[in-house]
Design a protein around this ligand. Structure first.
Ligand SMILES: NC(=O)C1=CN([C@@H]2O[C@H](COP(=O)(O)OP(=O)(O)OC[C@H]3O[C@@H](n4cnc5c(N)ncnc54)[C@H](O)[C@@H]3O)[C@@H](O)[C@H]2O)C=CC1
Ligand SMILES: C[N+](C)(C)CC(=O)CC(=O)[O-]
Length: 490
């Protein structure tokens, strides 16, 4: 079991708590603020609502969360300490000294600092090599990026372990070996933030118009391709070189304010706050967080389907989790073929729900289709078998919706084989939530040749595996609802 200590449980510390906990780590927290537990609870509510559904496999069981009254108690014997106190160098150095006086010498000590360099944090430390910057992005439980800044002073063994552990919890460590104030991403964000403040100060655009300029246009491009790849395309067939020749001169024109910062006078602060109230004041922060998270989940899932950008990080995590769950597993490994087989375990994602506030009907077919795919893998009809030109096609499906299912619900599908052998496979899926059956899916499939697209006999091994289930389950009572046609309940 991996255990983390999070020191400072505000916006970012709370996000780390959620990221670690939902990926199965135990988490110790120290924060002197009496409100800390409540604040972390609210972040956890948001994370539980959004993160598990980003993946199409179930995350490991949640770890245990414990609050401690001292840094020493919180960090004793943990694998990872994440310092997330307020952005003040003296406070961070003091806190890191307390952490190092009680934590293991081989633990990772990461700091969430947005701007300080590791060498600032390591100054006067007992074991400087243990301290590195691990700068995440809000919301930490959903966004994969973490800037890991490790100059030569850092211990390479601890750094390697940090990178591996971060990948294991679905994060993408951007490993920077040269330190710089503000790291990479915040340097970029600061530049655009400064320009935005000037645009408001000069009365050119409101806060809402600036947000539209980002989210309706280049923000969408950035979310999936970043800056350089986007501009390469903008150069047409001439690519980046042509782009730079064409638009390079504009960089010398006085478009941007570069490092100038508008003075944040009371008048400017009031103007920005008023515009922001007009833009978003009708919603609470929690409503905005949930809207942000719902949209992020939809974007992340879309990118995961393309195995691209942030979605590629998730796809890799999912592949790794699936492999861990099913490595080499075949029906011969199933001890009791008479028992329905677990073929799906996942959480209903936010974007599977509809205008009625529950799981939309198309997603039942997706869940049952995924369960069928898993069953096919179990009997040997896996990617290699399909690549050899043979597979199953579904010929008929009957789904019954027995109870409502909402976003965030853990679903399990167990599968029985009502008939099988030769070209035919007749499956019965039962979907349960919290123990109750919420839907059933009955599916009739035919084994086919992918060359002729016609029914064909399966391999002997698949035929044997199927018949093993049929024989073991033949004495079981027929499931209620099997073979039913649409009509009044019988
Ligand atoms: N808010 C953001 O968007 C991001 C912030 N960060 C970084 O994360 C760190 C924390 O920032 P936020 O979470 O935004 O601040 P925050 O103000 O929300 O939380 C800071 C927490 O630290 C606690 N704290 C203060 N002194 C402490 C001590 N001696 N021991 C333990 N806890 C203590 C406070 O009670 C508070 O709960 C900063 O270094 C910041 O630069 C990094 C990425 C994004
Ligand atoms: C505003 N900020 C500098 C604290 C932002 C970050 O550090 C990263 C983020 O989440 O945007």
């Amino acid at each position: 079991m991996t255990t983390a200590a999070v020191i400072g449980g505000g916006v970012i510390g709370g996000g780390w708590v959620a990221r670690f906990l939902l990926n199965g780590w135990d988490v110790n927290v120290f924060d002197p603020d009496p409100e800390a537990a409540g604040k972390i609870g609210a972040v956890l509510d948001n994370a539980r609502r959004s993160l598990p559904g980003v993946l199409d496999v179930a995350l490991p069981p949640e770890g245990h969360l414990r609050f401690h009254n001292s840094i020493a108690d919180a960090v004793a014997d943990v694998n990872w300490v994440q310092e997330s106190v307020s952005e003040r160098l003296d406070l961070k150095q003091q806190t890191l000294a307390q952490i190092q006086s009680a934590c293991r010498a081989d633990a990772v000590v990461g700091s969430s600092t947005s701007g300080f360099k590791p060498s600032d944090l390591q100054l006067g430390a007992a074991r400087p090599g243990q301290i590195m910057v691990c700068h995440p992005f809000n919301p930490v439980y959903l966004l994969p990026l973490v800037e890991v800044v490790t100059p030569e002073t850092c211990c390479p063994v601890i750094v390697e372990r940090a990178l591996e552990l971060l990948r294991g919890i679905g994060m993408h460590p951007l490993h920077l070996r040269r330190e710089i104030d503000g790291h990479v991403a915040d340097r970029l964000l600061e530049a655009i933030w400064r320009e935005a403040l000037w645009l408001v100060k000069d009365g050119i655009a409101t806060t809402g118009e600036i947000d539209d300029a980002i989210r309706l246009g280049f923000g969408l491009r950035w979310a999936q391709m970043g800056l350089f790849e986007t501009y390469r395309i903008a150069g047409g067939e001439g690519g980046m070189a042509h782009f730079l020749t064409q638009f390079g001169p504009a960089l010398n024109w006085p478009w941007s304010k570069l490092t100038d910062v508008p003075e944040l006078t009371d008048t400017l602060v009031a103007r920005i706050a008023e515009q922001s109230d007009a833009q978003s004041g009708a919603h609470t922060i929690q409503e905005l967080e949930r809207r942000r998270d719902t949209n992020l989940v939809a974007l992340l899932r879309a990118l995961k389907a393309q195995d691209h950008g942030a979605g590629a990080v998730l796809a890799a995590q999912e592949r790794q989790m699936r492999q861990g769950q099913m490595l080499g597993q075949r029906t011969e490994g199933i001890e009791d073929p008479a028992a329905p087989v677990l073929t799906l375990r996942r959480v209903v994602p936010l974007d599977w729900t509809d205008y009625n506030g529950h799981m939309t009907e198309a997603k039942y077919l997706q869940a049952f289709g995924d369960a069928t795919d898993r069953f096919m893998e179990l009997i040997g009809c896996d990617a290699d078998y399909i690549a050899s030109g043979r597979s199953y096609f579904t010929a008929e499906t009957h789904i019954r919706h027995l109870d409502e299912v909402h976003a965030g619900t853990m679903l399990e599908v167990r599968t029985r084989v009502l008939g099988g052998g030769g070209k035919k496979m007749h499956l019965w899926h039962e979907m349960r939530a919290g123990g109750a059956v919420v839907a059933t899916g009955e599916h009739f499939l035919l084994h086919v040749s992918l060359e002729t697209r016609r029914p064909s006999d399966p391999s002997e091994a698949i035929d044997r595996a199927l018949r093993r289930f049929v024989a073991a389950q033949s004495d079981m009572p027929k499931p209620a609802g099997a073979g039913r046609a649409i009509g009044p309940p019988r």
